[in-house]
Ligand binder design. Structure first.
Ligand SMILES: [Zn+2]
Ligand SMILES: [Zn+2]
Ligand SMILES: [Zn+2]
Length: 131
């Protein structure tokens, strides 16, 4: 039993789940200096360090966010605890918009496992008509 690795941490007031987490949400799968992003999964609404952690710890299959979910706050910077919208994360240029901590640019290869891409634009006026 290790004192420094846990399967749950609280970052910025949010519960983050994963295997062997450190205090910035690095997990057993992704432990590089820039692997500090946690993603709230569409299926269960829980922040996970990565989709492999979800596969290991959740009791159900992962589901990607729909293309219309760009305004959902579902990405957490493990470095500062800033929670951001999916659209803001995807356009962040691989750094946190709040603290400028770099994010792993290689994560982009895995985005389709978390998000249905391309996202629908947030300001194309396509929102449902008001009643
Ligand atoms: Zn889930
Ligand atoms: Zn993981
Ligand atoms: Zn940050």
């Amino acid at each position: 039993m290790s004192a420094s690795n846990a399967n749950e941490v609280i970052i910025g007031g949010q519960r983050v789940v994963g295997l062997g987490l450190d205090v910035q949400s690095r997990c057993a799968h992704w432990r590089g200096p820039t692997d500090v992003v946690a993603i709230r999964m569409a299926c269960c609404g829980v922040y996970y360090a990565c989709i492999d952690c979800h596969a290991a710890l959740a009791d159900h299959p992962a589901e990607p966010w729909p293309a219309t979910a760009g305004a959902e706050v579902a990405v957490l910077c493990g470095a500062c605890g800033h929670a951001m919208r999916i659209a803001d994360y995807l356009s962040s240029g691989s750094r946190c918009p709040a603290c400028a901590h770099p994010f792993n640019p290689g994560c982009q290869r895995h985005w389709p496992q978390y998000f249905t891409l391309p996202l629908a634009s947030l300001d194309d006026g396509a929102s449902p008509a008001a009643p």
